[in-house]
Design a protein around this ligand. Structure first.
Ligand code: BGC
Length: 382
């Protein structure tokens, strides 16, 4: 059975029992103002809130900590809800041991080689937190800060404005960066992310969202049977530290070819040297469409069992497909079960890793007077 969005909205009440059992957001009804509840407190007493949003059949819970998507519930083809995003049920785990579950990533999504780059003739050393390299903005990236959250209802949309100001020199990056991220749930149940930033000095910026998807439901096991399509004829191979070599390699004839829909598990053990090095897929796909003025559809993920489908549209030139290689069974998720390798995957829309050191890659430089603006839209179906 193929449920249209309209049917899903109508069946939300009927699915209420399942939703409650899953800790669903029964309090936030369709199109209504987001509901704020206390999620926990930081060691210094700062209160961290959870915001529950619901629209068009999609249910989202967002934390003021790191802009984290703590839960994202979607109906399957029978209208049964499941949380399809890995996470924790308590703030302590988000502070102490999260591998960026659901978080906003900045200032620089993915890696910068040795944490070094030169901008306008000046050398910068940013925080190094992944061997010799800098990953996702350094040890205290945007995922580890309290964001200022403001709810909104605009016509048929509901959402949150998330603000964070990163001061000049934070994690070694130049310029005070004012960031505004807008999470919108549309009446069709799409989750749209609009990123905006301005700076007081020339700097580099690459913002993204780090949701770990398992469309069968978090804690349900491997994503190897999920089917993936990526509209990209090339990807950026890396060195052993996962820094791009600068080459734009063809996916054709390799396990990296997702131009035709295939199950993730089909080629994940193909022993391609790039996979052996990364322990699976952990690469940036060079999207065929390049940078676009408006978001364009670039990837589709589908769980054949539940029918849940995610489509991603972006204006960005790259997509990091990470197959959850470093999940090692040591973290216990929202559902009370441990997460193991391949229990989720990330699809991070972005500029290419290490762009500040790769003159041939699209630029990530932001200058005073310019506004960084990018949009990614997630469309769901079952
Ligand atoms: C990176 C992985 C990294 C993960 C962090 C991904 O975006 O590509 O290499 O391990 O984030 O959990």
């Amino acid at each position: 059975m193929n449920l249209s969005r309209r049917t899903v909205i109508a069946s939300t009440a009927a699915a209420g029992v399942a939703a409650t059992a899953l800790g669903g957001t029964a309090e936030a009804s369709s199109g209504r103002r987001p509901v704020k509840t206390l999620f926990g407190k930081l060691a210094d007493g700062t209160k961290i809130y959870s915001w529950a949003l619901e629209n068009g059949g999609t249910r989202l819970k967002v934390l003021s900590w790191g802009g984290v998507v703590q839960s994202l519930e979607l109906p399957d083809r029978h209208g049964r809800y499941a949380n399809v995003s890995l996470g924790f049920d308590n703030i302590e785990d988000y502070v102490a041991k999260t591998p960026y579950f659901g978080a906003l990533i900045g200032r620089y999504g993915n890696r910068i080689g040795k944490g070094q780059f030169t901008l306008d003739g000046k050398k910068y050393q940013v925080n190094v937190n992944d061997g010799v390299n800098s990953l996702h903005g350094g040890i205290k990236g945007f995922d580890k800060h309290v964001w200022n959250v403001e709810p909104f209802v605009k016509g048929s949309d509901v959402g949150l404005y998330l603000h964070y100001t990163s001061v000049d020199g934070e994690m070694g990056y130049p310029g005070t960066l004012k960031v505004k991220v807008t999470y919108t749930l549309t009446k069709r149940g799409e989750w749209r992310i609009d990123y905006e930033a301005t700076t007081t000095k020339a700097t580099v910026v690459n913002l993204t969202s780090h949701v770990y998807w398992n469309l069968a439901g978090e804690s349900s096991g491997t994503i190897e049977d999920h089917e993936l399509t990526i509209a990209a004829a090339r990807y950026t191979p890396t060195d052993s530290g996962l820094i791009p070599t600068g080459q734009l390699a063809k996916v054709s004839g390799t396990p990296f070819d997702f131009r035709k829909t295939k199950a993730i598990g089909r080629d994940i053990r193909a022993a391609h040297p790039q996979q052996v090095q990364a322990k699976g897929y952990d690469h940036n796909w060079v999207l065929d469409k390049g940078i676009t003025a408006k978001p364009v559809h670039v990837a589709t993920l589908r769980d054949p069992r539940s029918g849940r489908t995610l489509k991603i549209a972006t204006d960005q030139p790259g997509l990091q497909f990470y197959s959850g290689n470093f999940l090692d069974g040591t973290l216990t998720g929202t559902g009370g079960r441990t997460y193991r390798q391949g229990d989720a995957l990330c699809l991070e829309t972005q500029h290419f890793p290490d762009s500040p050191n790769q003159p041939s890659f699209p630029s990530t430089v932001l200058r005073p007077g310019q506004t960084y603006r990018t949009t990614t839209i997630h469309t769901f179906d079952a």
